[in-house]
Design a protein around this ligand. Structure first.
Ligand SMILES: [Zn+2]
Length: 270
């Protein structure tokens, strides 16, 4: 089964068609059977205001946006909800159903308060639950996060690093070699996917679409058209994701994620 390790869904921000129903239609056409879902950025913070100050209204919006993903209970797809964390480091909202963390900002956007003690305690909780973190950040912050803050935490760099300083900067910094650094293929060029696999292997690489920015069908075709060794292709298209999620600690039988989906999904009966 194909698993999309990177897609955004929400219903508060209406600037794009990005509801779960929008995603599910496209996933069905691409034979995607499971998906890791994150909130859309505009439901989490105001990315256009560098000096953005948090407000109760934004905290509520974040809470509702993250809760929407937990509420999804579709018959046709297994959903792995990831918690989109921001500067209130609201890890008390983490539930057993959460399968990972989304950590996201671009240059020019309000910055994460890495020196806030709440950041450290959030990371401690993330480490304890063994939740993977999808980290999209500027290059310098990516380095600091991986080298100084994320010891013992699996970090997934999306887009093969395109928005974390670039694929080559990550190579030069020696990050792709690290056992706890994974990657997804969303919107990365076929040449970079091929080069990553040649140099670093396929074990820590996962297919992702970055819906609604990427089209699940064509992102999947991009991987299939590489004509990888079939075993390697199967790992990239889902096997690696399952291996990553099996490590996540939860007191819930069947692991994190949508429970109805779980009963039909790849972790069923575990
Ligand atoms: Zn994304």
């Amino acid at each position: 089964m194909v698993i999309d390790a990177h897609a955004h869904c929400g219903i508060i921000d209406r600037s794009w068609p990005q509801s779960f129903e929008d995603y599910a239609r496209q996933a069905a056409a691409a034979d995607i059977g499971a998906v890791a879902l994150f909130s859309p950025v505009p439901e989490i913070y105001d990315r256009h205001d560098r000096r953005f100050a948090d407000t109760p209204a934004w905290r509520l919006r974040r809470r509702e946006s993250n809760a929407y993903l937990l509420s999804l209970d579709p018959a046709e797809l297994t959903v792995y909800p990831y918690f989109f964390i921001w500067n209130d480091f609201a890890v008390e909202q983490l539930s057993a159903a959460h399968c990972g963390i989304k950590w996201h900002r671009h240059a020019g956007e309000p910055i994460y308060q890495y020196d806030d003690p709440r950041c450290r305690s959030a990371l401690d909780k993330i480490r304890l639950r063994r939740l993977p973190v999808v980290l999209e950040e500027e290059f310098d912050h990516t380095l600091r996060f991986i080298r100084d803050l994320a010891n013992g935490i699996t970090v997934i760099i999306p887009h093969l690093g395109m928005l974390n300083g670039g694929f080559r900067s990550i190579i030069a910094a020696g990050l792709w070699e690290l056992e706890n650094v994974w990657a997804d293929t969303a919107l990365a060029s076929p040449g970079e996917v091929r080069e990553y696999i040649r140099r670093f292997g396929h074990q820590r690489l996962m297919f992702g679409s970055d819906f609604p920015f990427g089209d699940p069908y064509s992102e999947l075709q991009k991987i299939r058209s590489l004509k990888l060794d079939p075993a390697a292709e199967a790992e990239v298209l889902g096997g690696n994701f399952i291996r990553l999620q099996i490590g996540v600690s939860t007191d819930q039988r069947g692991g994190c994620g949508n429970q109805q989906g779980q009963s039909k999904g790849p972790l069923a009966g575990r």
